[in-house]
Design a protein around this ligand. Structure first.
Ligand SMILES: Cc1cc2nc3c(=O)[nH]c(=O)nc-3n(C[C@H](O)[C@H](O)[C@H](O)COP(=O)(O)OP(=O)(O)OC[C@H]3O[C@@H](n4cnc5c(N)ncnc54)[C@H](O)[C@@H]3O)c2cc1C
Length: 376
């Protein structure tokens, strides 16, 4: 930190550390309320989940054990149509998005049965569920251009799922944020410390001081919150993704794990690995993913693989989002969630009030750090 200089205008009403999808969704929500906001961001190899994800807006198959979190996901998906329209109007960008529902193909009767049991419990938990199990012929009716492998017996279907182009969503958030007066600074943050009732953020571009701080730096939050929490309960969950050559549009409805992007390529990714910050692509793992995809859709075996990449999901240790003030630091808000694309609309609409000192909405009240034993 030797070459960090004092800024001449150091006051920032709200400073957001991290301009991935979480930081931007919140930043836009705050400027839309008239707040003065600065976002600091510089991509780092371990903090690029927002740039490596699939863009699914996905509610099914999640959180049957956490009813409010499941409801939160559905709530967010329902907020997307209005939000994307607003972002398009302000940013001038067209955001590729579909609200067609989503499918999970089941390989064999056992998989079908366990998925069915899961949905029965999820429906009981939610009291209502917009979807259910469908047969192979119903699946073929929804995706008539896909020749499914012989092991596919049917699928789980949810009406509220969909897909968005995640990089365009981020871009639209950035443009809309700046158009409404937000300040976006590309700079690496080295350290954050409390100072005189506010906070000093030490960056490549000097020191920046603020009264309110949001920690939205993904896995780097663990380092930045150490002035209040020595060990944030968040881990890296590695995903390895394969990209298959472009095809004409064949998949109007996204299929979990094997999805056609808006550009026509096919994105494959099923894995979750908790092996620290290892971002290497492992050919054996990639081969396992490819084989699984080909069991669902054998035609992929004739297509060319054009790219593979990995990304580290930001996974709270109990898999539920963390939206929390820090113990003894009521003006610092921390956000860490592993489905931050799906949840972006809820973050934009509901988290700004919390950052400004208000309550979380009912559905999200259990998502603070209190559940890990912290007073906040
Ligand atoms: C393979 C894969 C597939 C996924 N698919 C989906 C999906 O289909 N749907 C879905 O909802 N979610 C999906 N996710 C999860 C989703 O991508 C994450 O929940 C989301 O990216 C988390 O966003 P974030 O902004 O909280 O964190 P990050 O994406 O990690 O962003 C943190 C930001 O902080 C910045 N930052 C970090 N350290 C510093 C520093 N020192 N200085 C300055 N800036 C810093 C980084 O530049 C980055 O922009 C997927 C993730 C992966 C890896």
């Amino acid at each position: 930190m030797g070459n960090i200089k004092q800024q001449s205008h150091p006051e920032h009403d709200i400073l957001i550390a991290g301009g991935g999808i979480s930081g931007l969704a919140l930043a836009y929500g705050l400027v839309a309320k008239g707040c003065k906001v600065t976002v600091l961001d510089a991509p780092t190899p371990t903090n690029k989940a927002s740039r490596t994800n699939v863009g699914l807006l996905w509610c099914q198959s999640k959180f049957q054990h956490l009813p409010n979190y499941a409801k939160w996901g559905f709530h967010s998906c329902r907020l997307f149509p209005e939000l994307t329209k607003e972002l398009e109007e302000i940013s001038g960008l067209e955001i590729p998005v579909n609200y067609t529902g989503g499918l999970i193909a089941c390989l064999g009767e056992n998989e079908y049965e366990s998925r069915r049991n899961y949905l029965v419990k999820l429906r009981e938990t939610l009291g209502d569920y917009p979807g259910g199990m469908i047969s192979r012929s119903e699946l073929e009716g929804k995706l008539p251009k896909i020749d499914f492998g012989p092991e596919v017996v049917g699928a789980a279907w949810c009406e509220d799922d969909g897909m968005i182009e995640p990089l365009t969503l981020m871009h639209a958030y950035k443009l809309a944020f700046c158009k409404l007066g937000g300040n976006l600074v590309e700079t690496l943050i080295h350290d954050i410390t409390p100072k005189d009732g506010g906070y000093s953020v030490f960056t490549d571009k000097g020191r920046m001081d603020c009264g309110r701080l949001v920690l939205a730096a993904g896995l780097a939050n663990r380092r930045f919150c150490q002035f209040a929490i020595p060990k944030l309960p968040v881990s890296a969950d590695k995903g390895q993704v394969l990209l298959v050559e472009r095809m004409p549009p064949v998949m109007p409805i996204p299929l979990l794990g094997v999805t056609q992007t808006f550009g026509g390529t096919i994105i494959i990714g099923f894995r979750h690995e908790f092996i620290g910050h290892d971002t290497r692509i492992v050919p054996e793992d990639v081969a396992i993913e490819g084989r699984l995809a080909m069991r669902i859709w054998p035609e992929l075996s004739k297509k060319r693989l054009i790219r593979a990449w990995s990304g580290l999901r930001v996974m709270p240790n109990d898999q539920q989002a963390i939206y929390s003030r820090l113990p003894e630091h009521p003006k610092v808000t921390l956000i860490n969630t592993h489905s931050a694309v799906t949840l972006a609309a809820a973050h934009t609409r509901h988290l700004p009030d919390f950052v400004l000192g208000g309550e979380l909405p009912e559905m999200a009240r259990g998502m603070t750090l209190e559940r890990f034993g912290y007073a906040c």
